[in-house]
Design a protein around this ligand. Structure first.
Ligand code: CP
Ligand code: NVA
Length: 305
């Protein structure tokens, strides 16, 4: 594995191996700490957007593994503005062992990777959020003991988080269903890739309009914000379009009785998810957030050792 940019780039076997390594590293950490597999390694964390989970979990993952991390804020680097992306990439490659970047445009992470001499990790772009989907996969695996054959239903925007979940599901033989309002569906080319990968793994992909129909039979109900970072100007029309797509108790009651509820966070309580559901017995949103740490340790160890 050279870079970690999109889950579609990795086979189901590779993703399974990463999830197993994440479980192993989590249990090792819980039993007293990780061995220093990444001693003297340094991760540069380049952010063009705000972050709580990604920033802190990558930083702590490096520390737990004996390495270190550097936070580089939007003001410091000015990726593509103060300095050309390919120059930033070459310069950082001379100082650090790995680059994690959160960018607006996906092509910027591809450009970073193209010119880097060290591995590059996608810490969220407008296209995808693969580290999040690995933490989600770990959470589902821990809860159900498997991924294959489970139905994951995403309610809402066909956004970056939905794209990575579709790729995870399609690679792992899950049945992926999404319900989105008109104009906010997953991009057509993503669905095409997802359908092709699902055919290979025995999974399935369904695109629906009606959230109630979509949650029927779901073992995992997932939602995310209606307004992603960078879309703030469009908030009004988005909130109106997504209003019928709230994950509330009434909707969750239509899913499988044993269903779990996931959200990548940050949550907009009272919008895409109610307090009752987010804090309810079926919600695993905080273990899911913790799993960012464990899933990313597996990604870092795979890339750097
Ligand atoms: N889920 C997630 O990526 O959170 P942050 O934006 O806080 O990193
Ligand atoms: N879809 C959200 C995810 C945040 C982690 C965004 O891009 O803002």
């Amino acid at each position: 594995m050279r870079h970690f940019l999109s889950l579609a780039d990795h086979t189901g076997q590779e993703l399974q191996a990463l999830l197993s390594l994440a479980q192993q590293l989590k249990s090792e950490w819980r039993q007293g700490g990780n061995s220093p597999r990444l001693q003297a390694k340094v991760l540069a964390m380049v952010f063009q957007k705000p972050s709580l989970r990604t920033r802190v979990s990558f930083d702590m993952a490096m520390r737990h593994l004996g390495g270190d991390a550097l936070y580089l804020s939007p003001a410091e680097i000015g990726l593509g503005k103060r300095e050309a992306i390919k120059d930033v990439s070459r310069v950082l490659s001379g100082y650090v062992d790995c680059i994690m970047a959160r960018v607006f445009e996906h092509r910027h992470i591809l450009e970073l990777a193209q010119h880097a001499k060290v591995p590059v990790i996608n810490g969220l772009s407008d296209y995808s959020h693969p580290c999040q989907a690995m933490a989600d996969g770990l959470t589902i695996l821990e809860h159900f003991g498997r991924l294959e054959g489970l139905q994951l239903t995403f309610i809402g925007d066909g956004n970056n988080v939905a794209v990575s979940l579709l790729f995870l599901a399609a690679r792992m033989g899950m049945n992926f269903t999404i319900a989105s309002p008109e104009g906010f569906e997953l991009p057509g080319e993503v669905v095409e890739i997802g359908r092709r990968l699902a055919t290979e793994s025995g999974g399935a992909v369904r695109l629906l309009r009606d959230p109630r129909e979509a949650v029927a039979g779901a073992q995992v109900v997932y939602t995310d914000t209606w307004v992603s970072m960078g879309q703030e100007e469009d908030a009004g029309p988005r909130e109106a379009a997504f209003r019928p797509y709230q994950v509330n108790s009434e909707l969750v009651a239509l899913a499988d009785r044993a269903a779990i509820v996931l959200h990548c966070l940050p949550a907009h309580r009272g919008q895409e998810i109610t307090d009752e559901v987010a804090d309810g017995p079926q919600s695993l949103i905080f273990p899911q957030a913790e799993n960012r740490l464990h899933a990313q340790k597996a990604i870092l160890v795979s890339l750097l050792t």
